[in-house]
Design a protein around this ligand. Structure first.
Ligand code: ATP
Length: 255
């Protein structure tokens, strides 16, 4: 019975929990009191204007920044004091805006370096097989991003964080990459936290979204609710959504 309950509970545990997280750089925190969850197999979009604090949030989850207060939990484990490397070993994968790939290495060498399987990754992105001997520096922007995401997926993370994967890419490329991420999350139970400039593309594949404004949670709701609320999305992108959702279906920030 206890074993059965443990199995049921494991399914209910969120992959990521941010509990009133405040984090920043030298002075006052730039992200304040942020509470956010990502469930197993769930894709969550983190949205907001430039400078709202999205990248800062992801860096706190990775352990690159130390929170001023609040907690970060990965599958119920408190990550306070856990190094970025140990977090990666616990199942956290973070693809930063610069993609974190090595221009002098070929596609295949990236997988050899990671000890993961290129052919398995090519199951998600078939083009990688053809590109296996090409140096990453000679790939197009879309191909580089494909490599970066494939490397992260091949580690079968509990949580995948994608920061501005569309930087420098045409929307048509982004619209091909995002469904692969969606499908991977659903079939492997990986939680995905997605920071994306192409808000409508992100909300098409996301389950839920959070909108940050000036470092605070301005609104949260299902992707469908947020997608319908053009006024809220526009306001968040102009940095004016703090203090509650203007009308619309999505709810304002709690407390
Ligand atoms: P963008 O899309 O522009 O990166 P963002 O929502 O990811 O926006 P952050 O990069 O998290 O925003 O920046 C949040 C705030 O923290 C901004 O005011 C920014 O100037 C500040 N900031 C970012 N990086 C640093 C740093 N290394 N040192 C000091 N302040 C920083």
């Amino acid at each position: 019975m206890a074993a059965l309950l443990a199995v049921v509970d494991a399914g209910a545990i969120d992959v990521l929990e941010l509990d009133r997280l405040s984090v920043g750089y030298d002075r006052a925190p730039v992200v304040r009191d942020l509470t956010l969850t990502v469930g197993r197999g769930e894709v969550v979009a983190l949205l907001g204007a430039n400078g709202a604090g999205k990248t800062t949030t992801l860096r706190a989850v990775s352990g690159l920044l130390r929170p001023v207060s609040g907690a970060v939990r990965l599958a119920a484990r408190d990550l306070a004091g856990v190094s970025p490397t140990a977090r990666a070993r616990l199942g956290l994968a973070h693809v930063p805006p610069d993609r974190g790939i090595f221009f002098g290495l070929t596609v295949a060498e990236h997988f050899r370096l990671d000890g993961t399987d290129l052919e398995e990754a090519a199951g998600h992105f078939p083009a990688l097989s053809t590109l296996r001997d090409r140096k990453a520096g000679l790939l197009s922007g879309g191909e580089q991003q494909m490599l970066a995401i494939a490397r992260a997926l091949s580690r079968r993370p509990k949580l995948l964080m994608l920061d501005e994967m569309s930087l420098g890419l045409a929307p048509v490329i982004v619209s091909r990459l995002l469904p692969v991420v969606r499908e991977f999350a659903t079939s492997n139970g990986t939680g995905v936290l997605l920071v994306e400039q192409h808000v409508h593309l992100a909300l098409k594949i996301a389950d839920r979204g959070y909108i940050l404004s000036h470092g605070e949670l301005a609104a949260t709701g299902s992707a469908e609710q947020l997608r319908r609320d053009d006024a809220l999305l526009a306001a968040s992108y102009l940095g004016g959504a703090a203090g509650g959702a203007p009308g619309g279906a999505a709810s304002g920030a709690p407390g």
